[in-house]
Design a protein around this ligand. Structure first.
Ligand code: 5AD
Ligand code: SF4
Length: 443
């Protein structure tokens, strides 16, 4: 039996695509090799969001090159956003690569592997959703649902519109059927994926009635028996409407967590980023969220050092962080990406030490708030979906709350079970607790 090895970089959409890639390979009779050196087909699902993602991948590719030299009949395949963004150069720069394909062309990998082709092949036109391919889920009780691909935004720093193309939504009936099948398979938590989930449906035909929007999709999925939790990522603040916010308080399965990427707290920088909202609009969305879902966990993405960001602009970002008090935030130093508008801006590039110093101040504020916010869970008993054993302590279990907080706890529940955990302490990153049953038997 032939064996494959797949390494995944990047976002949850790539994790989803990799599960589909694995499902497809296994339906072709391949099995997974534990080590890259043992594989007949070495695959990478790549990301290009920041320079660091490129660099990490290139070092892995070096090892694949060496393995190919040792055993030339090995196949090296590169899929995903990095491959798509370098489609014209991949084979010239990396001649040992046999097959390269963009995120909309995963199905072509099967075609390549089953053909007798001896020449390198590249596939880069969007052809279909990876969601149509069979999946091999990492965890049997958690599933991804690709609701759309592509992005119609033009954020000036972002490479994604050029790697994933225009937005295309999948019809709601198809998504409902897929989640019903997942539920029948034992999935309890579904995460809806799209580059901009809350513009879902705008490209679909109107049909007889209303075009289905993101909120109505949430409503349809909430009704499916067996699905206890629905999450999604990522929404765009410009499209965050009241109906979606209300879904978090009205629909039982939609979790109390919203990831709302801020990027910058300065309206001037937001304009240069082409985010199409300003600071006030963002803060008014947050106020609406807090009004409908008071206990919500809010998380975000922030970029520091965008070209032209002044100390005053940065202060505005810090000020939003202080006002909103996020449960957690991903912070990034601006990274110029090939072909993007922001990469072309020559002036006002923020000096490296200034970026580093701003990042330190930002991380301090983010962590302080995350720690403070997490304290509200101490003393509460919360529902946890058990994911496995704690990474730091093999005697404890690890799971996630509806607020998407990781909990390490003493208990007996099995992976995939929902159980009640009493929270005893909290840091900025994780909660610590005891399963309720244990606590009861102890008294
Ligand atoms: N430089 C730095 N961070 C970026 N992101 C996207 N593009 C860039 C870039 N060129 C960040 C944004 C986005 C997250 C996924 O990655 O914050 O929300
Ligand atoms: Fe990376 Fe963005 Fe592509 Fe995801 S969509 S793999 S984050 S470049």
């Amino acid at each position: 039996m032939k064996r494959y090895h797949l390494t995944t970089f990047g976002c949850q959409m790539n994790e989803h695509d990799s599960e589909r890639m694995k499902g497809m390979l296994e339906s072709l009779g391949y099995s997974e090799a534990p080590e890259r050196s043992e594989a007949d087909v070495i695959l990478f699902n790549t990301c290009s969001i920041r320079e660091t993602a490129d660099r990490r991948f290139i070092s892995h590719l070096g090892e694949a090159k060496r393995l190919k030299r040792e055993q030339p009949e090995r196949v090296i395949g590169v899929g995903g956003c990095w491959a798509q963004s370098l489609k014209d150069e991949v084979f010239a720069r990396f001649p040992f690569v046999d097959v390269a394909f963009g995120p909309g062309q995963v199905n072509r990998l099967a075609e390549f592997l089953t053909s007798d082709s001896l020449t390198a092949q590249g596939y880069f036109e969007f052809e279909g959703f990876t969601g149509h391919l069979p999946a091999r889920r990492e965890r049997t009780f958690q599933g991804w649902l690709q609701i759309s691909v592509g992005c119609n935004c033009a954020c000036s720093y972002c490479i994604v519109p050029s790697t994933r193309g225009r937005e295309v939504s999948r019809p709601p009936q198809e998504l409902v059927a897929e989640v019903q099948a997942m539920a029948a398979d034992g999935v309890r938590e579904v995460t809806l994926l799209g580059q901009n989930v809350n513009s879902y449906g705008r490209d679909l035909p109107r049909g007889d009635g209303e075009r289905p929007g993101f909120a109505s999709l949430l409503g349809m999925l909430d009704e499916i028996e067996g699905i206890e939790r629905i999450r999604y990522t990522s929404p765009h603040p410009k499209d965050m409407r009241e109906d979606v916010i209300r879904a978090h308080s009205e629909l039982q399965s939609v979790c109390e967590h919203i990831h709302l990427p801020l990027q910058s707290g300065s309206s001037r920088i937001l304009k240069a980023m082409r985010r199409t909202y300003d600071r006030e609009r963002y803060l008014s969305r947050v106020a609406m969220i807090r009004e409908h879902v008071p206990d919500v966990a809010l998380t975000t993405d922030i970029i520091v050092g965008f070209p032209g960001e002044s100390e005053e602009d940065f202060q505005q970002t810090l000020d939003v962080v202080e006002q909103v008090s996020y449960d957690s935030a991903f912070t990034f130093v601006f990274s110029p990406r090939r072909g993007t508008e922001a990469a072309e801006i020559g002036e006002g590039i923020v000096a490296h030490p200034v970026k580093v110093e701003r990042m330190e101040r930002l991380v301090e504020a983010v962590q302080r708030h995350a720690k403070e916010r997490a304290q509200r869970f101490v003393g509460r008993t919360v529902e946890v979906l058990v994911e496995g054993t704690s990474r730091t302590d093999p005697d404890r279990l690890r799971g996630r709350t509806r607020h998407n907080k990781v909990v390490n706890f003493a208990g007996l529940a099995a992976p995939g079970e929902l159980t009640d955990v009493e929270i005893l302490s909290a840091t900025s990153q994780t909660l610590r607790g005891e399963e309720r049953l244990l606590a009861r038997t102890a008294v």
